[in-house]
Design a protein around this ligand. Sequence first.
Ligand SMILES: C[S@@+](CC[C@H](N)C(=O)[O-])C[C@H]1O[C@@H](n2cnc3c(N)ncnc32)[C@H](O)[C@@H]1O
Length: 257
Amino acid sequence: MPTSAQEVQARIAALGPWFYEFDLGVHGRTASVLPPGVLPIHQTRLEMVSRVVDGHFGDRLPKIRCIDVGCHEGYYSVAMARKGVREVRGIDLRESNLVKARFVAEVLGLRNVVYEQGNCEDLPADDIGQYELCLFLGLLYHLENPMLCLRKICRVTSELCVIETQVIDEVDGVAEWGAREWTRPYHGVLALIDESGEFYHENPETGASPLATCPSPNALRFMLEQAGFRRVEFVEAPPGAYEQHRRGKRVVCAAYK
Ligand SMILES: C[S@@+](CC[C@H](N)C(=O)[O-])C[C@H]1O[C@@H](n2cnc3c(N)ncnc32)[C@H](O)[C@@H]1O
């Protein structure tokens, strides 16, 4: 554990660049690589996530466990731990992100957070169990197998999963299904996105492969229901929200078991 402010500063510099701005109190803070216009995205997301989590769990927070899938540097894991959630487990594909997450938790003296390397395609790991709260933020639209992952996520969630994702514009229509007059309606659509530029440049925010998919709002709802969630609600963006949430290009969904 680095003890002096200088030691912490040296570690912050050595571990950088940072994706999030962490306030480490007397030890200083990390500076985010995000442009100033994009940085407010995290405040909006946290506000939206907190509204759902507080509304659902209320004073049960100290009794619940949370799994944060695709936790990156642990920004939302730390927020849940500080909120009083009993135990938080952050999972991320990239050890390089987790090294930073562990450092932040250590400096903040958080004892109720653990981080582990893992792929959401492989959840649940044998001994992982179920979590009352699952965070699945900013990850769905980096995945090439979204349905597989949502099924896995549903299995590790016992009460509430909060999903935040980019969405594409809705596409309505019907598909012919064996004959001109036999048709099936679309339940939303998935766009195929080439993330190879970011992937091969080892961008720490991308998925496990260069092919990404991005759902329309109806597809997101339908996939969550197919994965096994009983009720799915879109969370309203708060006044002054980050512009993408305000325009509905990014959404937060509460999926209940
Ligand atoms: C865009 S970042 C989002 C981070 C954070 N959840 C947030 O909302 O700010 C995506 C994160 O998911 C991780 N990730 C990507 N694919 C993953 C996978 N298949 N399994 C687990 N983590 C993954 C990345 O390493 C990265 O940390």
